[in-house]
Design a binder for this molecule. Structure first.
Ligand code: NAD
Ligand code: UDP
Length: 314
């Protein structure tokens, strides 16, 4: 639906800035709301002069009064380093943020999409992960503020749907990467690329045999838009990610090859509760949204490397 008034919380972040860009390009009127905890004005600088784009500094743990037709709720730090920095704030952002944005959606009768996560599956005992799997999550560990916060947000979305017939969409996003990831946010793709470009050691946590499935940001944004535009009865939760699975060691070796770096691999201790494997089953997204990723790892890494190369040499 183009021409809609769309609120994007967390719109100055990595994924949010790409989403805002796509929405403005298709003719929507975009209100980006962000407290700039991990996002930045730099991520949206190119949109600031556009009359269809507006930005407001606001923390979603406080109520928000605006008039919009659709809400993408992305506000929440996503990297383990950032979300563990102030774990209480992380839970508040997911839970109070969801309550506030759902309350707003209810008043406006607006459709609302939640950026949930593959972390709701925890360290999964079912592989690949299907939406029907309830997960294996530690409720009291260092990752719990994020994992349980996101799980509680899903609960709230489905209770607003059952209780108030609100139009909800829940996307379970798997590891996504691309330009505008924060260079210091500690996530594996940005870490490895920055380390390789600087010639520093590539820090492999544990033995590097753990797996992840990496989705390029443009593919992910296309999935989010299709989900938001899907018929009323499509609520999700629906997995969005690239099913091609790699070990962390394979990722390190690919980054070294593509950057032509002389960096060496260095093993560091594995963080507590680090999931051993992660791969989305995207059958539901293919069937319901006609969506699947089109950009494979090497191509996406090349685009991301070009971005960081420019950033580091600026
Ligand atoms: P990001 O950290 O780059 O973006 C999050 C944005 O939310 C930032 O701009 C930040 O400043 C903002 N924010 C944080 N707390 C806020 C608050 N209380 N009020 C207002 N704004 C706030 O992360 P991202 O990778 O772009 O992730 C976006 C969303 O997608 C998050 O909800 C994240 O949980 C989800 N997600 C991302 C991934 C991934 O691999 N990138 C995977 C699964 C889920
Ligand atoms: N990782 C790593 N080296 C790094 C950063 C991360 O080996 O410098 C590993 C991390 O232990 C995890 C995987 O890469 O197994 C993905 O980590 P990330 O923080 O990107 O996301 P997660 O999927 O764990 O939330």
């Amino acid at each position: 639906m183009s021409g809609a008034r769309v609120l994007v919380t967390g719109g100055a972040g990595f994924i949010g800035s790409h989403l805002c860009e796509r929405l403005v390009a298709r003719g929507d009127e975009v209100l980006c709301v962000d407290n700039f905890f991990t996002g930045s004005r730099g991520n949206i600088r190119h949109l600031l002069g556009d009359p269809m784009f507006e930005v407001s500094r606001h923390d979603v743990t406080f109520p928000l009064y605006v008039e919009v037709d659709r809400i993408f709720n992305l506000a929440c730090p996503a990297s383990p380093v950032h979300y563990q920095h102030d774990p209480v704030a992380t839970t508040k952002t997911s839970v109070h943020g969801a309550i506030n944005m759902l309350g707003l959606a209810k008043r406006l009768q607006a459709r609302i999409l939640q950026a949930s996560t593959s972390e709701v599956y925890g360290d999964p005992a079912v592989h690949p992960q299907v939406e029907g799997y309830w997960g294996n999550v530690n409720p009291i560990g260092p990752r719990s503020c994020y994992d349980e916060g996101k799980r509680c947000a899903e609960t709230l979305f489905f209770d607003y749907w059952r209780q108030h017939r609100l139009g909800i969409k829940v996307a379970r996003i798997f590891n996504t990467y691309g330009p505008r990831m924060h260079p210091n946010d500690g996530r594996v793709v940005s870490n490895f690329i920055v380390q390789a470009l600087r010639g520093d050691s590539i820090t492999i946590f544990g033995d590097g045999a753990q797996t992840r499935s990496f989705c390029y940001v443009d593919d992910l944004v296309e999935g989010l838009l299709r989900l938001m535009d899907s018929p009323d009865d499509v609520t999700g939760p629906i997995n969005l990610g690239n099913p091609n699975e790699f070990t962390i060691r394979q990722l390190a070796e690919t980054v070294i090859e593509l950057t032509g770096s002389r960096s060496q691999l260095e093993n560091r201790p594995l963080p507590v509760d680090d999931p051993r494997q992660r791969q989305p089953d995207i059958s539901l997204a293919i069937e319901t949204l006609g969506w699947k990723p089109t950009i494979e790892l090497r191509e996406g890494l090349m685009k991301t490397i070009a971005h960081f190369d420019q950033l580091l040499s600026a």
